[in-house]
Design a protein around this ligand. Sequence first.
Ligand SMILES: Cc1cc2nc3c(=O)[nH]c(=O)nc-3n(C[C@H](O)[C@H](O)[C@H](O)COP(=O)(O)OP(=O)(O)OC[C@H]3O[C@@H](n4cnc5c(N)ncnc54)[C@H](O)[C@@H]3O)c2cc1C
Length: 357
Amino acid sequence: MAKNTVTYYIIGGGVAGLFCAKIIKQKVKNAKVVLCEAKSYLGGRSYSYYDEGFKCNLDNGTHVIIGANKELKKFVSDDEWESDIRFWDVSTNEICSGYTKNISHLFKSACNTMYENIAPVIKKKILSLTFPWTRNKTKIYFSKQNLSQKIINNLASYPDEILYASKLNKIECQFGCPAQLILSNRQIELAPDDKVILALDNVAYAKLMGEPTLPCNSIINIFYHTSEPIYLPNGARVLGVLNGLSDWVFVNDNVLSVTISAANKQETSLPELARMVWQELDLLRGVNSAFVPPFRAFKHKYATIMQDEYTNSLRPDSALSGLPNVYVAGDWTMKNYPCCLETAYLSALRAVKATLK
Ligand SMILES: Cc1cc2nc3c(=O)[nH]c(=O)nc-3n(C[C@H](O)[C@H](O)[C@H](O)COP(=O)(O)OP(=O)(O)OC[C@H]3O[C@@H](n4cnc5c(N)ncnc54)[C@H](O)[C@@H]3O)c2cc1C
């Protein structure tokens, strides 16, 4: 090992943890990065898997980014599908455009929180990040190759070592300083200069640190697989859905997916909801479906924390954990920001910078 090597232990292999690895390897000389992930795969809330039944890769939930997501946009290339934001109004069966007119719909999805409950500071932050609302900033990107898969596979090359199925259960301290990481399958002694970045979701962080969890909101995703490619009117790949059961509809060859944000109050069973949504989509597609194609329906109970004023007030103000040499990252750690992939990146940048101070 090179002289003066500092080892960074990153706990959590989601987007924030993986970006930490990338930024450290690019910015810190003589740094060794060891990433510890509780699961047997990387990606956290943004992972892809091969669906045996559908015979294709699926994201755990359709992930999109917008043009204003400066860092994430580096992962999309020109030949990928992209779309200006357009909406399908179920009540009139008309396709319309209008970013400003439908801002409450966009904010609900961006914050996974009902528009009226979103903290005003977060609304203001989104407006400042997306202003001016040019085509470049509001364009929606989603990838044929699965966005999660694309991002995660790229970032996975940065850590020097990845310890899978290595859940951090405790940080053992001596004289107030972190001395040992107690993982589910090993223990790691920490040297005085070693750094630890906790890039965990809020539920895991709260459990580890003995703190209360923040209120969360769920997201429902339904993926339908048809024998023929699916087409939406005007060749659209993405449509916002107004006054309907779902919030967004996406098509990717033979897979049509819908997203329902802020879904805590949705009580219809997932199979029943999948049937109702498919029937509603008949109107858009101008068909009368005799049957519902095979589908996968997921409810992500802890998709993101709520982004209301109360919950936002409880989010951290900095990347400092309160323990020496231990820092925090993750989408929920950036007070006043919407919880999304770009924010996970920004939290990683902030955490790595804090380790260098
Ligand atoms: C269904 C769904 C749809 C979404 N859609 C979008 C979208 O379209 N656009 C967008 O920008 N964002 C979207 N998001 C949000 C986005 O996925 C998250 O903001 C982002 O993935 C958060 O990354 P993270 O690294 O902060 O957290 P996580 O992805 O939660 O990563 C935390 C990691 O820590 C690991 N871990 C937990 N406990 C331990 C432990 N004790 N020891 C070791 N490892 C541990 C976890 O397994 C996980 O890998 C969506 C989220 C969901 C759930």
